[in-house]
Design a protein around this ligand. Structure first.
Ligand code: TDO
Length: 179
């Protein structure tokens, strides 16, 4: 596994080693020792999977303390633009975003630590899978709206298919204490 740290400290783009043979391919989608070698000591308690049609955006989501979640995200089918926004108070990159194309043919992943809003756009019909370090807790959910002009996120689609909940998310507040 190759770990590339984003300019957003603590976010990693991870490329697994794909082993091909005449049957197909194999890769390790998570290895505790490989993550520990990067200083990432994780305890995943929930795995999620969603299917999204091309043009869907889900996000930008987070859960507040004490149910804040780190997420290890990948795409098992299709392609997605995965986007993270730093919401850590005092971070030199507070309010800044990074994005990664997650592609089922490459099996690349993104580690999104606690303190970030996370979302994605389905660039193709796609299956997103992610491991979480805390359980879903509805009352702790928070978010910022996908098209906040201050965040200026690099979406490909102009008129995405959104959930009602996501369409009504608040704007990013630069003075708020998120994490
Ligand atoms: C996230 C989640 C949702 N649900 C339920 C709530 C609801 O009825 C249905 C769909 O929920 P949502 O609309 O919130 O699903 P979705 O918009 O896919 O939410 C996800 O978006 C991405 C970007 C993330 O980063 C995730 O952490 C999560 O917030 O599934 C669970 O039961 N467990 C969960 O862990």
């Amino acid at each position: 596994m190759v770990f590339e740290e984003s300019y957003l400290e603590g976010v990693y783009h991870i490329k697994p080693r794909i082993l091909q043979d005449d049957r197909g391919f194999f890769f390790e989608s998570y290895n505790d020792k490989a993550f520990a070698a990067q200083g990432l000591f994780l305890n995943f308690v929930q795995d999620n999977q969603s299917f999204s049609r091309k043009g869907v955006i889900r996000g930008m989501h987070f859960q507040r303390y004490p149910h804040a979640q780190g997420k290890l995200v990948r795409v098992a089918h299709g392609k997605a633009l995965d986007v993270v926004v730093d919401l850590r108070a005092g971070s030199p990159t507070f309010g800044k975003a990074d994005s990664f194309v997650l592609d089922a043919t490459q099996n690349n992943m993104v580690w999104v630590p606690v303190g970030f809003a996370h979302g994605f756009e389905a660039l193709e019909d796609c299956v997103l899978m992610y491991k979480c370090t805390d359980f879903y807790h509805k009352d702790s959910e928070g978010g910022v709206v996908w098209n906040d002009p201050k965040l200026d996120l690099p979406w490909h689609v102009q008129q995405p298919h959104l959930s009602e909940k996501d369409a009504a998310l608040p704007l990013f507040d630069p003075d708020a204490y998120y994490f």
